[in-house]
Design a protein around this ligand. Structure first.
Ligand SMILES: NC(=O)c1ccc[n+]([C@@H]2O[C@H](COP(=O)([O-])OP(=O)(O)OC[C@H]3O[C@@H](n4cnc5c(N)ncnc54)[C@H](OP(=O)(O)O)[C@@H]3O)[C@@H](O)[C@H]2O)c1
Length: 328
């Protein structure tokens, strides 16, 4: 049932990009064990650069990283400056500092938030080395508590970056009040114009709570980037999540009808239900990415979308479970 004919090859309104959260540092949210993985920095560097090139050769043009993804920004820079592809769209984020320093089993928080002007200036000086491929620079996980949504000196600096480089300024959000943070950010103006052009948000079968606000922003021409479209891997059958078994069964049925993996169906759900500008794959291997990319060759029917939509859960329950996921 794959649809690959030239006349409908323009089916995909959403692009699929690659996020570097899982490939820039030895420990991240992993819901499956990876006991045999070589955790040396040189192995990660090799695997990351090889995955970036594989993705490009497969047609991926959007790559997302952050200052706090260990060496994620550096690996992206190394690959980009080596290849110099002129058609890539790179994005990064500022506001968290990576603290684990490649220490396996690090006990403290791996990333620490600081939404200050000093942190922006420090991290922008590194991210700017991704120009001219850098197209979007984002506040990493904006919250009301961090004070970032009222920080005028940061707004002025972001606006200066936007005017001097022509890149988009974005904001990423997480948590059970994503839609309130997005709505507040969308109202921020500098010099009478919207500061934020781009919004990066968690959206998947289990958490569609931002649908209405994102749909409104898309209609206004804003860029919407979806992250965690596989709920960090929880949407793929896992014995630790027996409560999702009815969802796993429906995903299996739809996946076997299209001859793709359930990962492609879960990604395609986001593309067909919301039609965001970009959906990020969090793939850590070529096999995973190859399987994720199959989402671009299919389209779900309204009936299939409706059958998956029913599995959304309470936003608070979703984020409570998300908070309990371990870094390993
Ligand atoms: N606050 C923020 O701004 C923020 C937060 C999170 C993410 N992001 C961005 O969004 C990107 C994607 O998010 P994410 O990586 O957290 O979540 P995700 O896409 O929901 O989940 C990715 C995980 O799913 C599993 N997976 C993917 N394809 C698979 C396949 N074919 N077979 C088996 N397992 C598969 C892998 O985990 P296992 O192999 O461990 O099972 C992979 O690490 C990140 O790289 C980052 O760029 C941003």
């Amino acid at each position: 049932m794959e649809k690959e004919t030239p006349e409908n090859s323009n089916l995909q309104e959403s692009r699929l990009g690659l996020g570097l959260a899982a490939i820039g540092r030895p420990e991240y949210i992993n819901i499956r064990e990876h006991p045999d993985e070589d955790k040396a920095e040189s192995s990660y560097r090799h695997r990351a650069i090889s995955l970036l090139e594989f993705a490009y050769q497969k047609g991926v043009r959007d790559f997302d990283t952050a200052a706090s993804y260990g060496k994620g920004e550096q690996f992206l820079k190394d690959w980009y400056h080596q290849k110099r592809y002129s058609d890539v769209r790179l994005s990064s984020k500022w506001g968290y500092t990576y603290k684990a320093n490649w220490e396996i089993g690090y006990k403290g928080p791996h990333e620490v938030k600081e939404h200050s002007l000093d942190k922006l200036l420090e991290q922008w000086s590194n991210a700017a080395e991704l120009l001219p491929g850098l197209k979007t620079y984002q506040i990493h996980s904006a919250t009301f508590e961090s004070g970032i949504l009222k920080n005028n000196e940061v707004f002025d600096e972001l606006d200066r970056i936007k005017r001097t480089t022509g890149i988009q300024i974005g904001v990423s959000v997480s948590g059970d009040n994503q839609k309130d943070v997005i709505s507040a950010a969308a109202k921020i103006k500098v010099g009478g114009k919207d500061l934020f052009d781009s919004f990066q948000v968690t959206y998947n079968i289990l958490d569609t709570s931002t649908h209405r606000v994102l749909h409104g922003l898309l209609k206004k021409g804003k860029t919407i980037i979806v992250k965690e479209a596989l709920a960090n891997g929880r949407l793929l059958r896992n014995k630790n999540y027996p409560r999702y078994e009815p969802l796993y069964q429906i995903l299996d049925e739809i996946a076997s009808a299209y001859g793709v993996g359930t990962d492609a169906i879960a990604l395609r759900f986001v593309m067909d239900h919301l039609k965001p500008s970009l959906v990020l794959s969090g793939a850590a291997t070529k096999l995973q990415l190859d399987s994720n990319l199959k989402a671009l060759n299919i389209q779900l029917s309204p009936k299939e979308i409706a059958s998956l939509k029913k599995f959304h859960i309470e936003t608070e329950a979703y984020w409570l479970e998300r908070k309990q996921l371990n870094w390993n």
